[in-house]
Design a protein around this ligand. Structure first.
Ligand code: AMP
Ligand code: ZN
Length: 135
């Protein structure tokens, strides 16, 4: 992956460093990579990340969006194959600090869900504003 040029290879960006590391646990999906989240919401929580240093999801090109979809589907299929306790997924993107983004390099969360992992899962991603989760 080090052959892929980044827009700003000198940026002190956590995800750029991971992408440039050529680590075995970084999976290649063309213009995108995927790796496990270091502070997972659930076991098998992946991040799908562009090789280019982009601010957020809305800067992804159509090719990067296509590779993202391929990554999400491949990762999901693989997770379902190896872990029969997974019964659902959340796919989520935080864009901007107001929306909870903490790493300023675009990424898509793929979060496996299991029956009973939270007492009342109804509402899912609506929980970004906890008081609005239930409706
Ligand atoms: P967000 O809040 O949407 O910006 O998500 C950033 C995600 O990156 C969080 O879920 C973190 O757990 C994850 N994260 C932060 N640092 C690392 C790292 N060094 N390796 C993998 N995941 C990380
Ligand atoms: Zn970066």
């Amino acid at each position: 992956m080090s052959s892929q040029r980044l827009d700003d290879a000198t940026a002190p960006c956590t995800f750029c460093r991971i992408i440039q590391s050529d680590a075995e646990d970084v999976r290649d999906f063309g213009t995108m990579v995927a790796f496990l989240d270091a502070y997972p919401v659930s076991q098998g929580h992946f991040l799908v990340v562009p090789k280019r240093h982009l601010a957020d999801y809305f800067e992804l090109s159509d090719i990067e969006l296509g590779d993202s979809n391929r990554a999400l589907r491949d990762l999901r299929a693989n997770l379902l194959m190896v872990d029969s306790t997974i019964t659902g997924f959340n796919v989520g993107v935080n864009c901007g600090t107001a929306a909870g983004q903490t790493v300023e390099h675009a990424h898509i969360h793929l979060i496996p869900r299991r029956q009973g992992d939270t007492p009342n899962p109804r509402g899912g991603v609506r929980g970004v504003i906890p008081a609005k989760m239930s409706y």
